[in-house]
Design a binder for this molecule. Sequence first.
Ligand SMILES: NC(=O)c1ccc[n+]([C@@H]2O[C@H](COP(=O)([O-])OP(=O)(O)OC[C@H]3O[C@@H](n4cnc5c(N)ncnc54)[C@H](O)[C@@H]3O)[C@@H](O)[C@H]2O)c1
Length: 256
Amino acid sequence: MTVAPGPRVAVVTGAAQGIGAAVVDALRADGLAVVGLDLRANDTGDEATAVLACDVSDPVQLRTVIDGIGERYGRIDVLVSNAALGSHTLPDDLVADEFDRVLRTNIGGCFFGAQAAARWMTAGGSIVSLSSIAGTSALGRGNLAYSISKAAIDGLTRELAVEWAPRGIRVNAVAPCQVSTPGFVPLLTDRTLDHGTVGTRMLAGIPMGRYAEPHEIAAAVAFLASPAAAFITGVVLPVDGGNLALNPGGTVGAPR
Ligand SMILES: NC(=O)c1ccc[n+]([C@@H]2O[C@H](COP(=O)([O-])OP(=O)(O)OC[C@H]3O[C@@H](n4cnc5c(N)ncnc54)[C@H](O)[C@@H]3O)[C@@H](O)[C@H]2O)c1
């Protein structure tokens, strides 16, 4: 199949800060032309740094914006679905409105983004979604809507990988533990979460003893997006300092 000449083209959602911004930097360093999308547009007037306005929870808007990028560049090679909403409402208090908003943003954003971008991946491509350790093991403290959205992303990753393998479109996900981002750091001083002790609890679950940095997550995303991962599809890759390897009753580095 013929694709427009030029560098590979990537679309990254939730690109204004945190992991999304780090992914934009990593993909640009790999030589891709990257278009960032976010609720908070950042019109720098420079195509190389601008972040376009897009609400990923709106499938029609997402399709329109992605089609605009496809028409502008003639191709899309990589989609990183990173935009997401957190939720910290206990199951007894969770109302339909919040439940819908979280699932529509986190699952719908990934699925309808993939559906729109895949139409432009005529010569194959790579889709990487941001899952979480919460998709595999339960966090409690009101994470229900968030956690089931991430578990759904893991399922979506496997389903799309199988459906689209014959078209050369690889579909993978990265599952971070806690990452030092503007979305995460305020939780450490939120006294409604475990009475302010949530940071101690979270660190105890990470054998490497620290939170991840955004660039460490972005490096895994860039790898999965790259030709180096040409035979990897349907995978949910933990980037979690050993969090998912650790049994809650296990001991990290037992003294001899
Ligand atoms: N930070 C962590 O500890 C952590 C851990 C595991 C997984 N993750 C996942 O990594 C991804 C990024 O996390 P982060 O901490 O960098 O997030 P963040 O909250 O710092 O930034 C998220 C960005 O997404 C944008 N966004 C939110 N809703 C949107 C929408 N409807 N449409 C478009 N943009 C929208 C926000 O404006 C923001 O710029 C998320 O999918 C998150 O669930 C984060």
